[in-house]
Design a binder for this molecule. Structure first.
Ligand SMILES: Nc1ncnc2c1ncn2[C@@H]1O[C@H](COP(=O)(O)OP(=O)(O)O)[C@@H](O)[C@H]1O
Ligand SMILES: [Mg+2]
Length: 269
């Protein structure tokens, strides 16, 4: 059923079996007494946009970290292409064409926009899922870099330094760096935070275009309207657990989901 070959081809046109791209079984991440993620089982098929919603502190970012092996599991299992993911060396994650962005900007300030994006392109060296980038500026993947720059509307910013750009534009550079890997699984943690409405619309359109080309995505985002407009399927978390999943419009109307958000709002009021 599963194949032992590493995935080297881009996702486009590479529709495979019914094996989910990513699957978790009872995944938990505890930090001492804090049960940040506590028994999450989910499954993601190829070529769809999945979303995770939930109030602050519900475990969304920790789950992304667990899915990319940044954060060790307390218990549970992750399967990538049907294979136990814990057995894939961390240095091989990029070679499997898994890319991610972080909730906070992690660009190298002394490199240009193009150089920052270039860092994401070399699958043999990229360590982006772990949150750091080797200073490897080979020529590998320059077509992918050009494409990533074009798709994120960063043409003309090539020589800029991150500090010269607005926060929203820096976030677009982060997305471009992840795209430079030509990923087949892309995880995005609050990609449109700090962006205006027009930029949000552009990112939503970009993600849907990528989905239509076969890319599988998992998106964490606070902007519920963006999630409804963008995702094919949504998981809702509260206190480390999944409390609902399904079509975005159904999930946001779910009484338990509404209660989770309301409870949080009352707490902070
Ligand atoms: N490295 C860590 N050490 C201790 N507690 C953590 C750590 N990372 C996250 N947490 C806690 O885990 C919970 C979930 O956090 P997080 O995954 O960041 O939530 P979200 O992304 O949904 O806002 C929070 O209570 C947070 O304080
Ligand atoms: Mg978070």
């Amino acid at each position: 059923m599963s194949t032992t070959e590493p995935t080297t081809s881009p996702a486009a046109g590479d529709r495979r079996t019914n094996t989910p791209v990513l699957q978790t079984v009872d995944v938990a991440v505890h930090f001492g007494g804090v049960k940040a993620v506590d028994g999450v089982s989910l499954s993601m098929d190829e070529g769809r946009i999945y979303g995770i919603i939930g109030p602050n502190g519900s475990g969304k970012s920790t789950l992304l970290g667990a899915l990319t092996r940044l954060t060790p599991l307390t218990r549970g299992e992750i399967l990538f292409d049907g294979e136990p993911f814990q057995e894939v060396p961390a240095s091989q994650i990029a070679a499997r064409r898994i890319a991610r962005t972080f909730q906070t900007v992690r660009l190298l300030p002394d490199l240009s926009v193009r150089e920052n994006i270039q860092l994401g392109a070399d699958a043999s060296k990229a360590t982006g899922t772990l949150g750091w980038w080797t200073r490897n500026l080979g020529t590998a993947g320059s077509a992918a870099v050009d494409s990533a720059i074009e798709r994120t509307n960063l043409g003309g910013f090539d020589d800029w330094r991150p500090a010269e750009m607005s926060y929203g534009t820096q976030r677009r550079v982060e997305i471009a760096r992840a795209l430079a890997l030509d990923p087949r699984l892309l995880l995005l943690d609050e990609p449109v935070a700090g962006m205006n409405q027009r930029e949000r619309g552009e990112i939503s359109t970009l993600l849907k275009d990528l989905r239509n080309e076969g890319l599988t995505m998992l998106l964490v985002e606070h902007d519920v309207q963006m999630m409804v407009d963008t995702c094919d399927y949504v998981f809702a978390m509260n206190m480390g657990r999944l409390i609902a999943e399904g079509r975005p419009t159904d999930v946001v109307r779910d009484p338990q989901v509404q209660q989770a958000y309301l409870g949080k709002r009352f707490k902070h009021a």
